[in-house]
Design a protein. Structure first.
Length: 128
């Protein structure tokens, strides 16, 4: 299974540092593709500099190992945790230019969590 993206690879969207299986099914890959198409690729174009994906898809085992909540969008492939030179800037770019379900400023912009769900983009803003 592959992701069509100018800037991001399938491998980085499913990468984990845990020694656990982390392979999405077809539905989860389709969700990742929607996230890339609707947020990540256009965000990277707009930002003009590299953006690292700290966490994309997570299997239930990986999600549990990293302390993720049982309702996490990572389990569905609908979200990614992003990190770059200026996390506050990408947060604001997403907030002001894109559809999203959730946008989270994690620990004063240590990273940015963004979720995109087809038909359920309520633009919820959260700060942890």
């Amino acid at each position: 299974m592959k992701i069509k993206s100018k800037w991001f690879t399938y491998e980085e969207l499913i990468h984990t540092d845990k020694n656990l299986v982390n392979i999405p099914n077809e539905t989860q890959v389709a969700n990742l593709q929607r996230l890339v198409t609707n947020v990540l690729d256009p965000l990277r174009e707009m930002y003009g500099k590299p953006i690292k994906i700290n966490s994309g898809f997570r299997s239930p085992e990986v999600n549990k190992a990293v302390g993720g909540v049982s309702t996490s969008g990572h389990l569905l492939g609908t979200c990614a945790d992003l990190d770059c030179d200026d996390n506050k800037e990408i947060y604001n770019l997403i907030k002001n230019n894109f559809e999203f379900r959730q946008l989270i400023d994690e620990h004063n912009f240590a990273w940015v969590h963004v979720e995109y769900r087809e038909g359920d983009n309520k633009k919820q803003l959260i700060k942890t």
